[in-house]
Structure formats: C-alpha cells, structure tokens
Design a protein around this ligand. Structure first.
Ligand SMILES: [Zn+2]
Length: 311
C-alpha cells in the first residue's frame, strides 16, 4: 500500500560541534558521542496508513520503509536544529519532555501470545515505537464526531496507555484535518515541538482512503538519527464520521466505538494486522472488544522502546 504520508523535508543536517577541553591535559579523551544527524528527519518521516476495523475483506498492511537515513547528511555545515532560532528550524528543539527513564510500565499480561505483528521492525529486531520517556500528546478534531465522542476517546486512550505504559496527554481540540502529507513539525499551529497525535473524525471526501467500508486509519511518522536511533514522533487516527455515527447508534455501539478507536491506536503505536479473529488487531470486524493476549503482548513491547533526548 501507499504510505499514509511521506513529508519531504529539506536536508539541513547539523553535525554536533565538538568542544575543546579547557586544559591542555591530553590523557583522558572525553567520552565520544557520535554526532547526531538530525536533519535527515526529512528523508525519514513516514506515516503508515492502515485499513480500519471494518475492512470488507480488503487487506492492507503497513509497508516498512527501509530508507531511514538521509544520504547527504554528513555534508551539511548547518548548525544543529536546537541551535537555530525558533521560526527558522525545520524540526523542534530535541529532547523536549524526554525523561531519563520510561514514564510508566506496561500493565501485567494475563498470558502472553505470539499473535501480534509490528508495522516496522528495526535492524536489532525490536519494533519501531514511541519513546516511553516522553508523553504522547494528542489533540482531537471532533467537528464531525458524535456527541459522546469524548468518553470513547478517553477510554480507548486509557486502555492503550495501560497496555503499553505510555503516557498520553490530551491537549484539547484542533481544527486540523488529516492529510497524507501532514508535517511532523507545525510550529505555527502547535508551537516548538513535534506536532501532537491527531485524532480526527473525517469524511471520505477529506480522507479518500476512508472511502468504502473502511471505518478508520491509524499510523505514525518516524525519525531516524545517524546513531541508529529510530522512533515514532507523531501520528494520526482518522475515523469515518458517517460510519462511526452509525456504529455508536447501534446496540452496544459505544463499546464498539471504543474498540474501533483502540484498533486504530494499536496501529498508531506500531501494531499491524494479524490473521487471528481473537485479536483486536484482526483486520476485519469481529466480536473482540478489547486488547487480547496477542495485542497486549505486542503493545507491551511497544511501550518499552529506547529513550533518546536527541530528537
Ligand atoms: Zn486496522
């Protein structure tokens, strides 16, 4: 499938300046920290779009993008992004809100299951994930949402947070409409930080991939640094407003609505579909209403990725 969005950012790679010691004493070389090539965020921001819970047989999986580095990064003499004044940068000051340790831990697994799949796996075999050391901020465009949207989102986010240990912070409403080319850094709209996750009720006119029986899409954009670090930085959940309204109007509809949002949050956090109807990440409508053993086993790994203050 096509990536949900592949913003093209200009290369402006900033090698970290090296500092001379104050004294001429040479013996102990300072701890070597490889320069972090930050700019290649350009070449590496991808958004994985995935089909929603009601897929009508069609199957799309997140397509792993292998090109995670900008090749011209080492040529640039531009200063590090954090040293460029606000308003002239292509990405935010690194390390915002990044703690020294994960902010939480995944909830206990009743039992483990191998019935899960990641959208992207790194060279070391671990899944591409958000940093667990900073909160995931999110905003909601509820212009087209049913009146009961807020407790549904809160419950879905609560369960995603419990399963991963990741902390979510609701930043309030947004008028932003999902776009396949959504920039990961929108300082005019959101300030000097990575754009928050956007949860938006949309129409198939706004989001063509919601056309048909697809009720939702979810995916995230990632960065890759020259030291090998990779992580998601932001993402989008798009919900088909007319279909979602029908769902929540039906018996047990709000419970299903929560499950739909949870399924898309599963994609957002890095889970792919599985061919197992007992899991919420099954690619078709099913009776599953919550994260099952496989979903939770995968989400627990997605909540324990590496931290970094370099992005
Ligand atoms: Zn899906």
């Amino acid at each position: 499938m096509e990536p949900y969005g592949s913003p093209k950012w200009p290369d402006h790679d900033p090698p970290r300046p090296s500092y001379l010691p104050h004294t001429p004493r040479p013996p102990e070389p300072p701890p070597v920290r490889p320069p972090i090539k930050h700019s290649s965020i350009a070449a590496i921001l991808f958004l994985f779009g995935v089909l929603g819970l009601v897929c009508a047989g069609a199957y799309f999986s997140g397509e792993l993008q292998h090109l995670l580095y900008g090749s011209s990064a080492t040529q640039s003499q531009a200063p590090r992004p954090g040293l460029v004044p606000f308003g002239q940068r292509q990405d935010p000051i690194p390390g915002l809100e990044e703690a020294d340790a994960p902010l939480g831990t995944p909830g206990p697994l009743g039992r483990t299951s191998s019935s899960y799949k990641f959208l992207a796996v790194k060279e070391d075999g671990t899944p591409l994930a958000y940093s667990p050391c900073r909160p995931i901020h999110y905003v909601v465009n509820s212009d087209l949402a049913p009146p009961s949207w807020q407790p549904l989102v809160e419950e879905a986010v609560r369960q995603a947070s419990e399963a991963t240990g990741l902390k979510f912070i609701y930043d309030g409403p947004s008028s932003e409409v999902p776009s396949p080319t959504r920039p990961g850094y929108q300082p005019e709209r959101y300030g000097d930080r990575w754009a928050p996750v956007l949860i938006a009720w949309s129409t198939p006119e706004q989001v063509p991939r919601l056309t048909g029986q697809t009720v939702g899409l979810g995916g995230s954009s990632s960065i890759g640094l020259s030291n090998g670090y990779k992580a998601y930085v932001t993402g989008t959940v798009s919900l088909d407003a007319p279909q979602f309204a029908e769902i929540v109007d039906a018996p047990s509809g709000e419970e299903i609505g929560v499950a739909v949002i949870m399924h898309e949050l599963g994609h957002l956090l890095g889970l792919d579909h599985v061919d197992d109807p007992r899991q919420l990440m099954f690619d078709q409508a099913s009776w599953v209403r919550g994260f099952a053993a496989g979903d939770r086993t995968g989400l627990a790994q997605l909540g324990t990725g590496p931290c970094s203050k370099d992005f």
